[in-house]
Design a protein around this ligand. Structure first.
Ligand code: RB5
Length: 147
């Protein structure tokens, strides 16, 4: 089973806790990297915590939740080796695994409800990268990190 690293900001504490409970219930090994209180925090710090682990732990996946999912995804994509996707529907959560080999899922607690969030998480975890023709393009993304 894939290891999951998760974090949020103050806008998404409840949703993060609900998603952790949901994933634990399914038997996933989830590492909660915070925050643990509702105090205001800065989402780039939490994006960095999750992404550092995902980069180190090959085959693991990250989940980042803020108000929109957008700030988290912008921050996460600055980190070498991270392909983060901010999504709010299942089709994109599935396709970003299949075609982009995304390793971090971002979503917004102010955008979607918990039932949609659970569906996104399921789709993201259960879908495998297709490789083949997509690998050349993913390699091109990796090259962009070097320039
Ligand atoms: C916090 O108010 C909010 O800006 C943050 O959660 C996120 O939506 C940023 O993209």
């Amino acid at each position: 089973m894939k290891k999951i690293y998760i974090a949020c900001d103050h806008a998404a504490l409840h949703m993060k806790n609900d998603i952790i409970g949901y994933l634990n219930g399914k038997g996933y090994d989830v590492d909660d990297l915070g925050p643990y209180t509702p105090d205001s925090v800065d989402y780039p710090e939490y994006a960095q915590k999750v992404c550092n682990e995902v980069v180190k732990d090959k085959g693991s996946l990250g989940m980042l939740i803020c108000g929109t999912g957008i700030g988290m995804s912008i921050a996460a994509n600055k980190i070498k080796g991270i392909r983060a996707a901010a999504v709010s529907e299942v089709f994109s959560a599935t396709m970003t695994r299949k075609h982009n080999d995304a390793n971090v899922l971002c979503f917004g607690a102010r955008v979607i409800g918990i039932e949609t969030a659970k569906m996104l998480v399921d789709a993201f975890i259960e879908t495998e990268y297709e490789g083949q023709r997509h690998q050349r393009r993913v390699d091109m993304i990796t090259k962009l990190e070097e320039n």
